[in-house]
Ligand binder design. Structure first.
Ligand SMILES: Cc1ncc(C[n+]2csc(CCOP(=O)(O)OP(=O)(O)O)c2C)c(N)n1
Length: 513
């Protein structure tokens, strides 16, 4: 249980059971981000416990992110005692279920104290079932004094909800037929490939059919769906409508696996599909299927879909283009470029490492330089709400204690979840935080250019000393300026059994390669 306690949650924490672990977050957005990272990286349902209305309010950006990430999180919040709710005594969450409503799969306050165990179980099963996402239960604080009915609680505790709906075999058969008739097919790999455990199947499918593979736009993909060092990998799609169609213009069949179509941003209007191309999407999320602006969709578990598809297609040799050129560090300069910083990280990054990324101007540079190629190696806030990265890194490391976790983050992004530093130190969570200091909101300057906005205030961050702030929370912190020193500092930090921070000065601007 990740939580931040208040008076309304204390009864829930009374005689805290010894087979649970409580991880304290100092602000609810951080609690939510940690539970999200933990849930995704552990493959189980995470639990965030929030403080009544203001705690839910603080966590809302994180609940938004969890929804976009398809992260299975049970979100609970305390509530005033039942006799106080009607008179709206202090701290009453006066419309508890409506508050997080559009961001959660299910929002509930039990009608009776006796219904709390069932509501918690239902929340867990709801969050963990496809399409995964957060579920919310509000619990009046006096309910914890009531006796649960042992017979029904026993039944509830013994329940398991297993399985995910499989795609219709006829629809997969039709897709296999369409693929056999296509002359230039392409696969677009999305986050649900990794989340559903279909990584190796996606590789097998691409290899069997000689398919070129793109990743969905980097700004909307919370996980990778395909090894980015693989010879069939062709890069990430650009994020706007027209550039996506332009990138895919040479293909006549576009198969999108485990993603929405597409997480576009910014608005760059144009044709959705290249002339004459068909698009078929496999997704576990009926809403993703329903809201796509083009193509057809097959709804069902991505892993089972790929198993079925592999059984229906033949081995095909085809010219699928050229592998990406090897990444290069680019021009030497001072301060170093974001590209050089990511190249320096590459030299220090262990094979089994995990990246949590929230460094907007270096997102593409990181993807291109690191070419992450193992499942479960990359977590990104697909919703775009800052405050995910620092917190999620702590949750991911708690779920994966044997893999080195590196959180690559902009100095601006750090501030949204800065108290996660404290949790990392308090619970000995050995994340390496790599902070890119460019003294600005670089990505917003790029957006200002795209949106033709001139003279906008508030885009510079002079003199923000993240290393000093992190030291105040107890994180060992180092500052470096050149690429070799960065690699060296990162090697030391990654090998350390404690949380460590390395801050590097980078030149302002956007780093695309
Ligand atoms: C909760 C939230 N508030 C504001 C934003 C808008 N925003 C997007 S990127 C960004 C700047 C991030 O700065 P930094 O981490 O320093 O990265 P850089 O752009 O310099 O690479 C901001 C403020 C957001 N995405 N989420």
């Amino acid at each position: 249980m990740f939580g931040n306690p208040g008076s309304t949650e204390l009864p829930m924490l009374k005689d805290f059971p010894s087979d649970f672990r409580y991880v304290l977050g100092l602000q609810e957005l951080v609690v939510m981000g940690m539970a999200d990272g933990y849930a995704q990286a552990s493959g189980t349902v995470g639990h965030a416990n929030l403080h009544t209305a203001p705690g839910v309010g603080n966590a809302m950006g994180g609940i938004f992110n969890a929804q976009a990430n398809h992260a299975p999180v049970l979100v609970t919040a305390g509530q005033q005692v039942r006799p106080h709710v009607g008179i709206q005594a202090n701290l009453t969450n006066r419309d508890a279920t409506r508050m997080p409503h559009p961001l959660v799969k299910w929002s509930f306050e039990p009608a009776r104290a006796a219904d709390v165990p069932h509501a918690l179980a239902r929340g867990i099963h709801t969050a963990g079932s496809a399409p995964k996402g957060p579920a919310f239960v509000s619990i009046p604080m006096d309910d914890w004094e009531a006796e649960a009915d042992p017979a029904s609680t026993d039944l509830i505790m013994k329940r398991h909800v297993a399985g995910a709906p499989a795609p219709d075999p006829d629809a997969i058969g039709a897709l296999a037929g369409t693929l056999a008739d296509a002359s230039r097919p392409v696969m677009i790999a999305g986050p649900d490939i990794d989340a559903s455990g279909a990584w190796d199947l996606a590789v097998e499918f691409a290899e069997k059919q000689s398919l070129p593979v793109f990743a969905i736009p980097a700004t909307g993909g919370g996980r990778l769906g395909f090894p980015e060092g693989h010879p069939n990998f062709r890069g990430t799609l650009p994020p706007g409508i027209a550039p996506v169609a332009d990138t895919l213009k040479d293909f006549d069949l576009i198969i999108v696996v485990g993603a929405s179509v597409f997480p576009y941003y910014p608005y760059l209007p144009g044709e959705f599909l290249p002339e004459g191309a068909r698009l078929i999407q496999i997704t576990s999320d009926p809403e993703e299927a329903a809201r796509a602006p083009m193509g057809s969709a097959i709804v069902g578990d991505v892993k089972q879909g790929l198993v079925q598809l592999l059984a229906r297609v033949d081995e095909v040799e085809r010219d699928n283009g050229e592998p990406l050129p090897d990444p290069i560090p680019g021009e030497e300069q001072s301060p170093i470029t974001g590209t050089a910083a990511m190249h320096a990280l590459r030299q220090a990054f262990p094979d089994d490492g995990i990246i949590i990324l929230e460094a907007p101007s270096a997102t593409l540079a990181l993807r291109n330089q690191l070419r992450l190629s193992r499942p479960g190696s990359y977590y990104f806030g697909a919703g775009g709400g800052l405050g995910f990265g620092l917190a999620a890194a702590v949750g991911v490391q708690l779920a994966q204690p044997d893999r080195p976790v590196v959180c690559v983050i902009g100095e601006g992004s750090v501030q949204y979840a800065v108290t996660a530093f404290w949790t990392a130190v308090a619970y000995d969570v050995p994340v390496t935080f790599l902070v890119l200091r460019n003294a600005e909101y670089a990505i917003l300057k790029w957006f200002a250019m795209v949106e033709q906005v001139e003279n906008a205030p508030g885009l510079d961050l002079p003199a923000l000393d993240t290393a000093a702030i992190a030291s105040g929370y107890g994180v060992n912190s180092t500052k470096v300026e050149d690429a070799d020193a960065l690699t060296e500092a990162l090697r030391t930090a990654i090998a350390s059994p404690k949380p460590e921070l390395v801050e590097v000065g980078v030149a302002p601007g956007m780093w695309l390669f």
